[in-house]
Design a binder for this molecule. Structure first.
Ligand code: NAD
Ligand code: MN
Length: 346
């Protein structure tokens, strides 16, 4: 690649404050990556309110023409607003971003020590209850609501492969399958069996050295809080993965620190795990570190390991020194000051 085309979709609330910070961090990498070309794209609830669509067609087309993207956060109303649906869910579908990958890593006191938490949650992104097939009927004894939960062999296999690939690049080489097949033996049974079978179908015994464990989702959460160090790569169907990855974020302090990527075979989109934070939006105090780490993950996924390492090391350094932190981490610095501290280290 002679240049790296990056779509930027700040969307709502603090997304508008943290995505520009991530852009500045990427620009500071210089020759570690191909020359970045940025495209500012619109989406989100404010976009819906002013234009009638939360995901303009131009945004989708521009992304299809890019190598990767960074997404800020959307505000989603809790009650149904006619005509509105989440652009992030739509983008995952349109770009076939079937995996949501969230590393959760605590920063050790000094660079030599091992972090207490160092795991990555791999969440299937396209099916499970999120196919959104819900019905409601009236019966003699009151209303009855039902939802369809879809698990396919195809989606389970590809998310499994992605989890094994990630494990190959990590020192512990462990994959833990999260399920509830003691109760949901058909759906979760298929997920579990399909992922267990992934190494058998791999070429040249590619995954033979990877250890596979499994855990029932409720006890997985319990153990996550008591002994997070037992986990390396956790792979889960959509709903369990959603809950576990937010819960895991609590282990490392602030939502403002946890990055993610939405990945498919042809595209990757970085996205901080946090939302639009209406309580602090517009005040210049949002923590930009989750977004900068999301940029690092995105670059890592594309194979730009040096660039990714430099971003991650700069962020870790700023956290470890503890001098320049936003209020969510107990500091009193502004977004811009934290960004400047990161840029200095890059
Ligand atoms: P939130 O993540 O926006 O905020 C939760 C709390 O964490 C707030 O107190 C907020 O101030 C704080 N926080 C979050 N990110 C921070 C950061 N970078 N720096 C400092 N503090 C930070 O979650 P919420 O309040 O439940 O939701 C607010 C809106 O965001 C809702 O409309 C929700 O639907 C939406 N949301 C979007 C996403 C997404 O885009 N992926 C995820 C979660 C929530
Ligand atoms: Mn969530």
């Amino acid at each position: 690649r002679s240049s790296l085309k990056i779509g930027l979709i700040p969307a709502d609330g603090i997304g508008k404050e943290v995505i520009p910070a991530a852009r500045a961090a990427i620009e500071a990498l210089g020759s570690d990556i191909p020359k970045p070309e940025f495209y500012n794209l619109d989406a989100g609830f404010e976009c819906f309110a002013s234009t009638g669509t939360a995901l303009p067609e131009e945004t989708v087309e521009a992304l299809q023409d890019s190598h990767c993207a960074l997404f800020g956060a959307v505000s989603s109303p809790i009650t149904k607003v006619t005509g509105y649906s989440s652009p992030i869910v739509a983008l995952r579908k349109k770009l076939d971003l079937y995996a949501n990958v969230r590393p959760v890593v605590s920063v050790a006191e000094n660079a030599q020590e091992k972090p207490r938490v160092d795991l990555v949650v791999v969440r299937e992104n396209t099916e499970c209850l999120y196919v959104k097939q819900e019905t409601i009927t009236s019966t003699e004894s009151g209303k009855e609501a039902r939802a369809t939960r879809l698990i396919t062999e195809r989606a389970s296999r590809r998310i499994g492969r992605l989890a094994f690939e990630l494990a190959l690049g990590r020192p512990r080489q462990l994959v833990t399958i999260i399920h509830k097949s003691n109760v949901l033996s058909v759906t979760d049974g298929l997920f579990r069996e399909t992922i267990r079978a992934v190494p058998r179908f791999a070429e040249n015994g590619r995954y033979d050295n990877i250890q596979i464990e499994e855990q029932i989702v409720d006890s997985a959460v319990y153990r996550l809080f008591r002994e997070p160090q037992i986990y390396d790569v956790m792979v889960a169907p959509n709903l369990y993965g959603d809950i576990i990855s937010d819960a895991a974020a609590a282990l490392v302090g602030s939502l403002g620190l946890v990055p993610s990527i939405n990945a498919g075979d042809n595209f990757v989109m970085g996205e901080p795990v946090h939302g639009s934070a209406p309580d602090i939006a517009g005040r210049g105090i949002a923590n930009p570190l989750a977004s900068i780490r999301s940029a690092a993950l995105m670059l890592r996924h594309l194979g730009y390991l040096n660039g990714a390492d430099r971003l991650d090391k700069a962020v870790d350094g700023v956290i470890r020194e503890g001098q320049v932190l936003t209020p969510d981490l107990g500091g009193s610095s502004k977004t811009q000051e934290v960004l400047d501290a990161v840029l200095k280290k890059i």
